[in-house]
Write a protein that binds this ligand. Sequence first.
Ligand code: F6P
Length: 407
Amino acid sequence: MENQKLYVIMVGLPARGKSTIANRLKENLTKDSIKTRIFNNGALRRRLDLKNTSFAEFYDPRNTEGAAFRERIALMNLERANRYLAKHGQVAILDATNVSIKRRNKIISLLKGPPLLFIECINDDPEILAASILRKIAHAEFNHFEKEAAILNFRKRIDYYKTIYAPIREGRNFIKLDSLNNQIIQEELVDDIPYYDRIRDFLMTDSVKSLLLIRHGETYFNLENRIGGDSDLTEGGKAQAKALAMYFKNKKIPVIFTSNKKRTLQTAEPIKELQKNSAIIQFGEFNEIDSGICECMSYREIREQMPDVYSARKRDKYNYIYPQGEGYSSMKSRIDMGIKKALYLSSNSDNIMIIGHQAVNRMILSHFLYRRPEDVPYIYIPQDKFYHIVATQDKKLFQLKKYNISL
Ligand code: F6P
């Protein structure tokens, strides 16, 4: 039925999460038996010309040859999308920057029939951008560059797009999305848009297909029941890391997120080594709870030397804030931000791995699985097992799994 068909037009500068969103939409709509296809200009461009289109100058709007080539690709995808909806397709997603008014006018004039919904992805977090660029330059099209040159070319490419970027204005069906926080900044509808509520929901839901939530291996501090600090793994901890590496050897883990602490990094390194193509990304957001004046003390020392601190924390562990440090309640916003960043940077990869700490992993777990706040600081976070979490719109799974240490 004509009114059940829809064009979705992605809009946004490079590395703003457009493809991640497009993939998520497609996946969710397909699950609902809505025939959806993505028409990605970048993928088509790379198929047609791998090497020459990775130079920044190709995107200079004054480069007439480059502009003509990109125009040709855009038209090819528009025609394909047209044909798709003319047949059995229901939702055609045009995944490209589409930042200029000229380009959008062309799209509007060429896509006839079903309504158009523009989704503009906005995110200017510099740290996220830097990490996104690192992922972008892992594409084969950048293989002929040194790493620094690849980064420079990608940043310059973004700058060229900025010169022609015109944000969407009133008078169209559009959603402006903060693609890091999954928040709708502005929306407007001038037509009836099929599947709108569903699309809106998918855009706003934190969903994870497979999160492997691991606590770092045993440390010297763990042996003495000391908290915080930046201790190394013991031999036992290193063996745990190796066993984890073997366990995950045949699973594809494109990114391993850790904190800035040595113990998480030392756990991640052997895992990365046994992966074909994997990167470690460190986030301060995943650092262990800052125990302020109690850093590096053992629980026993705290009980003996600071009995007030000890008993106040015991009374209300969730809300208690260590003097000059943090509490579970005050960690929440940074942990939530870390999760959002990790999900954003993992695109739609099947497996996301986070190697965190006891308190951090409790907070991550409770982000996906509701727990009363007072119960969160007591969630069981062992070092010889990990949590496998699935949290999508139609599935919730939390499994504590043991890996084989004797490997
Ligand atoms: O003991 C390891 C540790 O990760 C400490 O660094 C941290 O302070 C503690 O666990 C958090 O657990 P709890 O809130 O139960 O003290």
